[in-house]
Design a protein around this ligand. Structure first.
Ligand code: NAD
Length: 263
């Protein structure tokens, strides 16, 4: 039984993680932390059977002897929570997005000397991780590629981090991309945005969608489409549960689910 605490327990992802951990017979939810929802019973958030209340401070994880902390909060809070985990010897599984290369370098140093480990994954949907890997594998066999990401209409940034990473990994996997023949643009950005290598990225925002991406690759007489759809937040849970189980056995900092999936 792994004892798990959740940072951001009152948030959309945090609640889903609390439910997933509670439903897993090998995991025990022992603490829920969220200063903006402190004092609320988890049952009120749809997480039944724990008898826990949301607490304001990470100390709750220490008091409950949590072995692994899961963080889905905001960047500034996640930085602090990770520091607390490294200092307190509590393993960390982090889904909060936005860490810079400098952040990751600092965290690598912190977790190298901590008795705790950390897994940070910008995308916990196993299918999305596989989609990126498949696109990277396919890249050298095609000369033209377009990445189309489709998200709900409340998403503030474009393109998605996953679309950027997919295009970058494909560009890294092959340098042989055909030039764009377009000479006349009747409507600005009609061809989306493009990496210097020539892979185009398009962002669709549509009410009713969650998170979707299609990678189109074309060569002589054929095309390949690789598509992933996240229909709701439960799509991230198999990846989160995998990381909770794996983090204790992966010294230092691990970035991305790829290594946990053996990719
Ligand atoms: P949200 O706004 O619903 O939840 C964030 C929660 O964090 C809020 O309840 C807030 O009160 C809480 N919080 C703020 N400061 C805190 C602190 N110091 N300690 C504990 N809790 C604190 O947001 P969300 O939709 O749940 O997303 C959270 C993060 O997860 C975002 O960065 C989002 O991009 C990311 N995300 C990652 C993945 C992935 O696969 N890695 C998937 C979905 C979302």
């Amino acid at each position: 039984m792994v004892r798990v605490g959740v940072f951001g327990a009152g948030g959309r992802m945090g609640q889903t993680v609390c439910q997933a951990v509670t439903a897993d017979p090998e995991l025990e939810l022992v603490a829920a932390v969220d200063p903006f929802h402190a004092g609320i019973d988890l049952a009120q958030l749809g997480v039944h059977g724990t008898g826990l209340q949301v607490q304001a401070s990470p100390q709750a994880l220490d008091d409950a002897a949590a072995e692994v902390a899961v963080d889905f909060t905001v960047l500034e809070a996640a930085r602090e929570n990770l520091g607390w985990c490294a200092d307190s010897g509590v393993h960390a599984v982090v889904g909060t997005t936005g860490f810079t290369a400098d952040d990751l370098q600092d965290l690598r140093k912190q977790f190298d000397v901590s008795r705790a480990n950390a897994v940070i994954a910008p995308n916990f949907a196993i299918g999305a991780v596989l989609m990126m890997r498949f696109a990277e594998l396919a890249a050298p066999y095609f000369e033209t590629a377009e990445v189309i990401e489709l998200h709900h209409d409340a998403k503030l940034d474009a393109p998605s981090g996953t679309a950027m990473l997919t295009a970058q990994r494909m560009a890294h996997a092959s340098k042989e991309w055909a030039p764009d023949p377009t000479e006349t643009i009747a409507l600005e950005n009609a061809r989306g945005a493009a990496l210097p290598e020539g892979i185009h990225v398009h962002s669709v925002r549509l009410r009713g969608l969650v998170a979707h991406q299609e990678v189109l690759l074309g060569t002589t007489g054929q095309s390949l489409s690789i598509r992933h759809d996240s229909y709701d937040r439960t799509s991230f849970m198999p990846g989160v549960l995998l990381a909770i189980r794996a983090v204790q056995h992966r010294p230092g900092l691990t970035v991305g689910l790829d290594a946990l999936l053996g990719l």
